[in-house]
Design a protein around this ligand. Structure first.
Ligand SMILES: CCCCCCCC/C=C\CCCCCCCC(=O)SCCNC(=O)CCNC(=O)[C@H](O)C(C)(C)COP(=O)(O)OP(=O)(O)OC[C@H]1O[C@@H](n2cnc3c(N)ncnc32)[C@H](O)[C@@H]1OP(=O)(O)O
Length: 189
């Protein structure tokens, strides 16, 4: 049975961590090979900035240029890539609050077609937190930050321990980040 993504009544405000980048700062890439944010030919190449929020919640704004190699229907963005873009934006905004976190559930509503050659502006907000659970929502706008809404998303992210990656990631990718083979073996024993 699908679990609700609605914010529980007793969820707490999720503010940025004190060491997180400030409003206006551009976010660094998560990794040089990240499909969502790295500057790689086949990636989404999202550029993201910390944005302001009246209530003080963590918010990120991201820009994505829609390329010909991202089509689904002729001349229109493939729908799965909007969901991928939301995963990146929402994953980036929860990382301002606490990390590491992973996507547990992500729902996308496709409201309007997204023509190739145009620009998407996405906004992600952490609406609240309850224990390990972070409730987030996003909107995607065409051409500018206040342009027509072409998609919306809601998601639940869960805080995990580093063990999650030590146990599950490909060893050579962990080693490339400086993790020793002994640490990987210990986590998996
Ligand atoms: C040393 C190495 C360093 C590496 C460091 C890297 C840092 C990177 C930093 C920043 C990167 C940002 C990049 C953003 C990119 C986008 C994000 C992604 O693409 S993430 C990939 C896609 N997601 C997955 O692969 C998750 C796969 N799923 C799992 O691993 C597990 O299912 C997990 C962790 C999500 C939950 O497993 P459980 O065992 O920890 O937790 P349980 O006990 O099952 O659930 C806890 C609570 O959550 C609810 N829950 C769990 N799954 C749910 C779901 N799917 N929907 C709704 N509720 C769910 C449960 O009902 C339970 O709730 P009740 O406490 O009983 O109230």
């Amino acid at each position: 049975m699908a679990v609700s993504l609605d914010l529980p009544a007793d969820a707490a405000l999720a503010e940025r961590h004190e060491k997180a980048p400030a409003v206006g700062e551009r976010l660094p890439v998560h990794s040089a090979v990240c499909f969502g944010c790295a500057d790689i030919p086949h990636g989404l190449r999202l550029a993201s900035w910390v944005a302001d929020d009246e209530a003080g919640a963590a918010v990120v704004t991201s820009r994505m240029e829609l390329r010909p190699d991202q089509q689904g229907a002729p001349g229109l963005l493939h729908g799965g890539l909007l969901t991928s873009a939301f995963d990146e934006v929402l994953g980036s905004v929860v990382a301002l609050v606490t990390r590491p976190c992973v996507t547990a559930r992500l729902e996308t509503d496709f409201r309007r077609p997204m023509p190739i050659g145009r620009t998407l502006w996405l906004r992600g907000r952490v609406d609240g937190r309850r224990g390990r659970k972070l409730y987030v929502s996003g909107t995607a706008h065409l051409d500018d930050e206040h342009g027509p809404v072409v998609g919306t998303a809601k998601a639940l992210f869960l805080k995990v321990e580093m063990e999650h990656f030590l146990k599950n990631s490909r060893p050579e990718d962990l080693e490339a980040l400086g993790v020793s083979p002994e640490q990987i073996r210990a986590a998996r024993s």
